[in-house]
Structure formats: C-alpha cells, structure tokens
Design a protein around this ligand. Structure first.
Ligand code: SF4
Ligand code: SF4
Length: 465
C-alpha cells in the first residue's frame, strides 16, 4: 500500500497493476499521480477525466463514410411506423402483467410502484420550439451578450451543470452536421427570425450553432427496473415500474435543463430553436460533439456515466459557440469483448458480433458508419424502447465513479484494451446489473433516506452539504 501513498510515476502505477513491460504503449498516455485518489479525480478538462482523448472534429471512433452518411428518413424506423396491431399486442401483454402485479402487490411492480414511476414520467417542462418566454432586458440597450465562441461554450457548460446537466458540447451547422438530423427538419435561409411551418422550421442562417447536453439517469434506481426471469408476472425482459421511474425522471430532467438553458440564452439576446429529438438525431449529436462514443446497442455510451444518460438534448442558436470534438475513451474497443447489453437483450436485437461492421441490420438503420447496428424491428416489436431497459442497465461504464476502483478500471480500459475482456467478465462475476430480489424491491420503500445515495440526479457535482 505504501506505493499508493508515495509519489508514484505512471510506470510504477502500471507496474502495481501488473501492466508494466507488456509493450502496450500506455506510458506515453498517463500523467504522474501521487496516489490513487489523485488518479481517480484527475481531469484533463472541466468535464473530462485524463484518460478521455479528444479526436479531430467529424472523426469519431466509429469510422464515417461521408458518401453514405446522409440525412435519415425517420419514417423508415418502425418506432414511427409501428402497425396498430403490434401496439395492441404489446399493450395487451403489458395489461396482463400489470393486472397480475397489481392484484398480488408484486414488490417493484405494484400499483404503488407504478404511481411512483408515473410521478416522474415525461413531466418536463419541455420548452416551446423557439424557447420559453424571455428576452434581452431593457438595461442591455439592445446589445446582446458579446464574448468569444470558446468562452460561450464554457459559460453554457458551467450553467448547464448548475441546471442539472452533466455533459455539454457544441457543434456548428455545416454540410456534415446537418446530416445528423432527419430530412427537412430544419431549412436554413436568409431570414432574421425563425419561423415554424408545420413540422419544418425555417431557421436564419445566423443560427448556425448547436448546443448539446445531457443529464444523468439514476443508475441505482434503474437497476430496480430489471425483471428477473420466471419470478415475476411476465417473466424476463419487460421492466419493473420501480426502476422505470429513473427513465421518466431523466427525460423530464433533460427537458427541464433545456428549458432553463434556452431561457438563459434568450435573456442574453439570442434565438433558440428546438425541433424534437429523434432516435437517429440524439446519438449523432452526442457522438460528434464528444458527449460519448457509440456503444454496441447503438446508443451513446459515456466514459463516466456509461449508458446512463437518457439522450443528447440540443438546440440551435445564433450565440457563437466553439464546437467540441468527438472523444475516444476506449469504449468501442471495450464493447468488442463485453457484450453485456447484447446478452441481456430479451429480443436479440443487439449484435453480438465481435467486431464492428459497415453493414446495416435493416432499412431502419442509417448506413455510413462502422459500428454495431441494432435491429430496431425486433426491439420495437417487443414493445421497446418503452417496454424494456435491459441493455441500458447492463453497461459496466454505468457504475458510479465514487468507488475508487471504477475510475481506475475506466482509465486502464481507455489505455490498455488487452484487459477489456477481463473487466467485462469481472463485471458479470461481481453480479453488477442483476435483477433486484423481492425483498430489495420491498425494502426500497423503507430505505435509509438520510444516508441514501443517488436518489436524484438532476443536479450535477461531487459533494453534498
Ligand atoms: S430496449 Fe430493445 S435493444 Fe435494448 S434490451 Fe430491450 S429489446 Fe433489447
Ligand atoms: S454493456 Fe458492454 S458492450 Fe454494451 S455498451 Fe456497455 S461496454 Fe459496450
């Protein structure tokens, strides 16, 4: 242990972990640390740990073929065109599960748990498309806030953190980033004020900046959403109401953070425009602005919160913002041997192939990147993403960073891929992301509120008071 409390070079640290001398090239990546606490808390930027590398703009870890990566026709996704017969079948199944669960007061899925989940479900507030009511105050004399694009991005990151968001990025509207959005979602022209035309928005050319941000979803609460095989009505797969609350809460939190951020920007004399978040949009925005990498289940996976961010929210603005680049935290490499989300998927919708591919799984995927493509048809036929949260909860990157081992595992995974398989197996062996027992579900209602951690995630930071 002395090693950990004396001045320790990166080589000694790696040696302590048994990594030195294996020719991995990690020595050039890690800075010097005095102890493990310093390693765990060290950051290379305001919101990033030292092991997260920034890449070139428009060059994420997933290779992109810009000849194929085009605006997406969202009507091709069964999420937007699910036949009524499939919806009816899923609703009938869920009704039967709920009838049994309510009548038996099944722990984690009783009417009490359902009511609790509904309390958080999509309550917003979602700002209007052009932002909440707000304007430049008279005292500003008609002059909007003036600062550099870099400072504005930093300013918004600081503000969003206080509003409750954990990660903030930015992109500039151009030929590449416009391809992230579905067809006809935004039409840019030489007008002064944004206008709405049915579902299309006429956007002034000057509103060429995109702010991206996300809140954290409560991982601990989410684990109460996993339904154990055969022990509960409905069997393995569909989610339990007690954990489902975390999803609704995160959606609501992200909407609330967006509301506050848009109101702030409008109060400083700028426009804001938001036109909904779509399946294909939120992942592209998150990957290209460095919120995270695209993980195996086609969602954004972040270095510090794993898949426990609900979605990447955004708005367009004419406030100058400095774009933030994609990141490399070793996640895509880790996914190659982990496959926890794939193994946990009740509808086998997630690829279990070891390596990434250019081949889309169906017309519901947008081609043009080398990654893992999800089978949206089987996922949506199962009733998801509404009916299931298994893939999201399984991810080893979800674990709270407060335990010292977790930042170390993240750092090693980011710098030394040869240990990825071991960490993935260890995650299984330690029993992380397992369904909760009946008594755990029951005891949740009588938990120690004074010492309970992670009850709410709308609000970001390390310390409580
Ligand atoms: S949400 Fe879809 S992809 Fe994810 S585990 Fe459930 S069925 Fe599978
Ligand atoms: S569970 Fe494993 S394979 Fe899936 S996204 Fe997370 S790290 Fe990747």
């Amino acid at each position: 242990m002395n090693l950990f409390y004396s001045t320790m070079s990166r080589r000694q640290f790696m040696k302590g972990l048994g990594l030195a001398g294996v020719g991995t090239g990690v020595a050039s990546l890690a800075p010097q640390f005095h102890d493990l606490d310093e390693l765990a808390s060290n950051s290379s930027s305001a919101q990033r740990s030292w092991w997260v590398k920034e890449r070139e703009h428009y060059n994420p870890v997933n290779e992109i073929d810009w000849n194929l990566f085009k605006q997406y026709d969202k009507t091709k996704n069964p999420f937007y065109s699910r036949p009524q017969s499939v919806t009816d079948k899923v609703n009938a199944r869920d009704l039967e599960i709920q009838k049994e669960a309510f009548s038996k007061k099944v722990p984690g899925d009783s009417l009490r748990d359902y009511g609790f989940s509904q309390g958080s479900s999509f309550i917003g507030p979602q700002a209007p498309w052009d932002g909440p009511t707000a304007s430049l105050p008279a005292a500003a004399g008609g002059v909007a806030w003036q600062d550099s694009a870099e400072n504005n991005t930093r300013m918004m990151r600081a503000a969003i953190h206080a509003y409750g968001g954990v990660l903030t990025g930015a992109l500039e509207v151009n030929d590449k980033t416009l391809r992230i959005f579905p067809k006809d979602m935004f039409v840019f022209s030489n007008i002064d004020k944004a206008q709405q035309d049915k579902s299309t928005f006429q956007v002034p050319n000057k509103c060429k900046y995109i702010l991206t941000f996300t809140v954290k979803q409560n991982y601990i609460q989410s684990t109460y959403g996993l339904r154990a095989a055969d022990e509960y009505p409905g069997g393995y797969g569909t989610k339990m109401a007690l954990g489902n609350q975390a999803i609704g809460h995160a959606y609501s939190g992200n909407a609330q953070v967006g509301y506050a951020a848009m109101r702030m920007v409008k109060s400083m004399g700028y426009q804001t425009i938001y036109n909904g978040s779509y399946l294909s949009t939120n992942v592209g925005l998150g990957v290209f602005s460095g919120i995270g990498e695209q993980g195996r289940p086609a969602y954004v996976c972040t270095p510090d919160y794993g898949l426990m961010i609900r979605y990447t929210n955004y708005f367009l603005t004419d406030m100058p913002l400095a774009p933030t680049p994609p990141i490399d935290a070793g996640i895509l490499n880790f996914c190659k041997t982990c496959i926890r989300c794939g193994d946990g998927c009740p509808s086998q919708s997630i690829s279990k192939e070891a390596d990434t591919t250019w081949d889309a799984a169906g017309t519901w995927n947008r081609p043009g990147f080398k990654g893992w493509y999800i089978n949206w048809q089987t996922c949506i036929d199962f009733g998801s993403p509404g009916a299931c949260m298994n893939c999201l909860v399984m991810c080893p990157f979800n674990h709270p960073a407060e335990g010292v081992i977790h930042p170390i595992v993240r750092a090693v995974a980011a710098t030394t891929p040869m240990f990825d398989r071991f960490f993935g197996q260890a995650d299984r062996a330690f029993g992380y992301s397992r369904p909760r027992s009946e008594s755990e579900m029951q005891d949740w209602w009588d938990r120690d509120l004074k010492n309970c951690e992670f009850d709410t995630t709308l609000g970001a930071g390390k310390s409580a008071w």
